[in-house]
Design a protein around this ligand. Structure first.
Ligand SMILES: [Zn+2]
Length: 219
């Protein structure tokens, strides 16, 4: 899953308003940030097989360190704890909200991935395979993202119109990116090329989230 992961990030921002949106964007893709690094370093393995599952070319045959259930749970608690250290108040709520955002990544991957998410180390792999039908999975991803965005905008509205406009434009741009990536884009030939592209996408979206957050700050 790609854009859908940001639904929980937006929802968490509505709950822990002091945590910057860009931090929650990192949390939502935290295990994938590590996955991109591990694939580029050759620690975790994937191969590009056109139409492996629906239109997805990703055969994610070895990723126990980032997408195994126990590791994803531990990594989620870790990032929640690290982020909370930067704040003086509401530490428990921040640990929980950031860890939940990070762990939602695994749960949402579970819905769309082929059975490639190991329950223990590299064994007992699960995945419900919704990517097999991109005409269901893409609207689901976009819907999840907009649901979180709408909830955030409703619970913590921007003091200025520019902040509201920027947020919704950002949402529509992400929806367009998801459609482009799934239906139109050519896939990189190698798994490390794919990982590098994904990493670039996560970084750009995180920076844009920072910009949107800036426009929505109280002055
Ligand atoms: Zn993932």
């Amino acid at each position: 899953m790609f854009i859908g992961h940001y639904g929980p990030a937006f929802a968490a921002k509505a709950v822990v308003k002091t945590v910057p949106l860009w931090v929650l964007f990192v949390a939502a893709q935290w295990v994938d940030f590590l996955w991109t690094a591990f694939v580029i370093a050759g620690i975790e393995k994937a191969r590009i097989v056109e139409n492996f599952l629906g239109l997805s070319p990703l055969d994610l045959y070895y990723m126990p360190f980032t997408h195994g259930l126990p590791s994803a749970a531990l990594l989620s608690l870790f990032i929640g704890a690290v982020v909370s250290l930067a704040f003086k108040a509401d530490r428990v709520a921040i640990v929980l909200a950031v860890a939940a955002t990070a762990f939602s990544h695994w749960l949402l991957d579970l819905v769309v991935h082929a059975p490639d998410l190991p329950l223990i180390f590299d064994q007992m792999k699960v995945g419900m395979g919704l990517w097999a039908n991109p005409y269901v999975s893409v609207p689901l991803e976009i819907g999840l993202m907009f649901l979180g965005l709408w909830f955030y905008d409703r619970v913590a509205p921007s003091p200025r119109r520019s902040g509201t406009v920027a947020l919704w434009l950002f949402g529509f741009a992400m929806a367009g990116l998801q459609i482009h990536n799934t239906f139109l884009a050519e896939h990189p030939a190698s798994s490390s090329g794919f990982a590098a592209l994904a990493l670039a996408g996560y970084v750009v979206l995180t920076l844009l989230a920072g910009g949107v957050d800036y426009l929505r700050r109280a002055r």
